[in-house]
Write a protein that binds this ligand. Sequence first.
Ligand SMILES: *Cc1c(COP(=O)(O)O)cnc(C)c1O
Length: 357
Amino acid sequence: MRPTWLEIDLAALERNYRRLAARAPRARVLAVVKANAYGHGAVVVARALLGFGAGGLAVATSGEGAELRRAGIDAPVLLLGSLHPGNAEDAARLGLTPTLATLEAARAFAAARPGGKVQVKVDSGMGRVGVAPGELAGFVAAVEELGLEVEALYTHFAVADEDREETRAQLERFLEAARALPRRYPLHAANSAAILAGIGTELAFVRPGLALYGLPPDPREPGELEPVLSWKAKPTQIKRLPAGHGVGYGLTYRSQGGEWLATLPFGYADGFSRALSNRGFVKLKGRDVRVVGRVSMDQTTVLVPAGTSLDDVFEVVTADLDPHTSLTGRARALGTINYELATALSLRLARVYLGKA
Ligand SMILES: *Cc1c(COP(=O)(O)O)cnc(C)c1O
């Protein structure tokens, strides 16, 4: 096995699932497993979440849906984002429930799967995809006219992690549009941040993604979540270089002489950002060790204490909120969000599952 791998703790995943489900006791959970379950591995994670009681799954692309179907997962799968008409046949063939926000997509899906189930997205304020609240009644009528079954209506929050007042206003615009329809439909709105804020948790479904993986949407309020994933690596070479000897592409670091360097077998192609060159950290025996030189595609060099061996296991990502080595802390240090670092974890990293799979 390649000497770098991810460990995914399914017991922690289950605890996070139960904590979130308990915040919306009357809702069913549509577990969001897009982007390879936020880097955690879509098939194993999806199966586990269904086993914990999730009522369905949500993905971003038909390819992600195809992966679940190929693995034999036959649970309902919602395809998030406004369906492109050119993608309707794939969605139909895979038995995915598409999200409709345009008539073109509705017509294409009705042709590909007569009488098929769909969901309709309402733009309650985010301005990205969805039908305007004032156009919802006409749109739903047109979709049903095409013979499609509108299974639910949903909306998505733009600032659930920062502004509760605006999030409540978005929810209210959504509910008002739904109330104006001649029929009642199951509704959903809450992503992780909204579930944690208790907004939209009374509706038929909730749609947690990030928080299932124990990653806080708002790092200032980590709450009770437990990060599920850690990343480990063993060095492939440990050496001393003479003083002044360069390290890595661009020779941006020069050995001080006397110091020990370890070369770790991962790089930016694995999702360890090149922006961590000469400034990131990984952990060895609980201590921060510093990245020196540039992070290259497949290798990264760090300064280590004397006595470090090829059997030592470094923690590239710790399953906590450490400011340097957790996904959440490192994201902050890099000026981005934990979502981006989690979803950047490359497919070429082996995923090792701990706990029942
Ligand atoms: C990604 C996504 C979610 C999950 O969001 P988190 O912040 O990860 O909980 C929910 N709904 C939609 C429409 C999404 O695109």
